[in-house]
Design a binder for this molecule. Sequence first.
Ligand code: GAL
Length: 721
Amino acid sequence: MKKWIIILLFFFSVTVVRAAGTGEIVLQEARFHLGDAPAGWTEPGFDDSDWQTIAIPEKWHGEGMYAQYRIRFQVPDDFVKTAPYKRNAIFDLAFIDDCDEACLNGKLIGKSGRMPSEDGQAQSAWDKHRIYKVDARQLKEGENLLTVLVWNRRTRGGVYGGPFVVRMAQLDDLLEISCSEDGSADHCRISVSSDVRIRARLDVAGKEKRARLKPGRVFKRDISYDGSEPVKLDVSIRDKRTGQIVCKSFTPKYCLTPPAPQEPRYNSPAVLGVRCGSPIYFRVPFSGLRPMTFKAYGLPEGLSFDEAMGVLSGSVGKDGEYPIRFEASNEAGSSEGSLLLKVGDTIALTPPMGWNSWNCWGLDVSEEKVYASARALIASGLADYGYSYVNIDDAWQGSERSDDGTLLPDERFPDIAGLGDYLHRNGLRLGIYSSPGNFTCGGYLGSLGFEQKDADTWNAWGVDYLKYDLCGYRSILDTLPVVKRADHMKPYHLMDAFLKRQPRDICYSICQYGLEEVWTWGASAGGNLWRTTGDITDTWDSVLRIGFTLQRELWPFSGPGRWNDPDMLVVGRVGWGEGLRDSRLTADEQYSHVSLWALLAAPLIIGGDLSSLDRFTMNLLCNNEVIAIDQDPMGRQARCLMEKDSIQVWGRPLSDGSYAAGIFNMGDEALDVNIADILTESGWSGIGVCRDVWRQKECRETAAIPPHGVIMLKFNAIDAK
Ligand code: GAL
């Protein structure tokens, strides 16, 4: 292949280096201007001689600002002519924090995110790899101009992750597969833009289709599938001239949970713990057609029941166990459900379920967004499966306290008490966040020195859950000559004492990332749950580390009222800010994530935005049998019982005498397994009735487990290891 070396000569131009032999033009420097864009700056003739020169990649400073990059580069005469595929050039702009708009010779070639100038509402795109496919006719021989407008919300912004690269498309770039859901049926689109003769082979679940493509044609094929089982799309294209083949595989999202029956069905939980005299908010978790009416029998004194809404409220003045029976009826029929109300010292008898604002909204949270999720929790039906906490994470706090020390909310939270009322009326619960330090991780005011005041304030607002995050307290620990475990425990004990003094139950979530083996002392510091690791993110590596690796030895420490918390569910639309995206976990990885969390008896706190849930995510979160395993009253966390090649088996006993297990495929290839053999190898003997809980069907003898996927089972066995 011809080698190009281009040296930039023009006095106002910037250096452009051509990586020898790769057919790439590497752009390493730009003319740079910070602030609003001057008129005509995207035009080649614009005079940028007084702009500074900046290296790519290099971040710039400046909050909520625009910046402009002008990059002149030379395109050799034979750049397009000698390329194997002449239709498209690829502009790889690596990563840009935050939104960008790129033009080639004055014409828009791509943009990511949304700048506030468009309608005042910015949309973040900082973690999106910018690859723009451009009609190669737009490239001129000789000098070209790439301009990039960037807007950034936070202090450091700009281009990062590598220099920009311009190259001609390779065979791989010609093939695109995209799948989306349109509500009823699922569709995938495969497109190949060819400028040479290409053969395409498409294999959908073993059914093969072939196509021949003439130059200049775009081949588009829509595949629809019913989405109830995994369908693997294997597409390969072959360049007839060179014989080169490119293969891509893709498994679109698929829904395993069968639709809930139309008649009422009682879902989890079966037990509810409350302290004597504390207010109860409990929405009876019946799925099924609405409208639905409800009845409750066996209510202890002090409780009342809203028959139209199915909401239990009031308080019980005497410790004891109170079996309550509910009935629900709708157009399709009626059914019953029962709850054992345990009035005593222990709350959170089953792992908390609900939603938290952090994984979707990050520091851009507002009362409006929390309301939207709370409304969606009800309207989508998630609340009918036991999801009940609506938790505001960091960034609700204002910048000061009132004269009497009361922490005032930010103006984005005009009425937290009103939000609490709304949730309670609907049988749901409110959660809030703070830090034992001066400041939270997001830089907002913490509770240090105001612990009692804050606990009182939260009680007045109707708060039912506190996530107390170490963050700013680390700087206090740093001042100690030697940090002992007791020093880590101290601030948590302190807040616990004030929470316990409140006339309500506040579920206490300790968040300090597992430091000092919190699982060994979290319960004695009053915690009902404690984070065992750092923050989760929506990648398989993160789920692997946080779930499969770091929870292994923690099973002895968890149980009713005291749960290990491997962090929130990274499902649905997440983004930690304004640019929400679909979780980057594949469908199979999401099944594994939720299965493992249920087996671990982990809190099921949804991290995605509830107001934009797709059918797949709803299906994933509303499997009553999977949830029942998580919510099993015995509360035994699963152990890893077998590990062989790429298989891991995690299992736990359940309160009805049966067992639950997940057979996980940690590898990158699908695996065929014999279920009975695997269970026997994992230590169970005399296996009886076996149910595939995702499909809610009897298990088959063998199963094909997709890469990073799972088969989740509930079964009877005579004996277990
Ligand atoms: C982290 C915590 C996250 C989130 C964040 C808020 O320390 O682990 O879950 O709460 O702080 O700033």
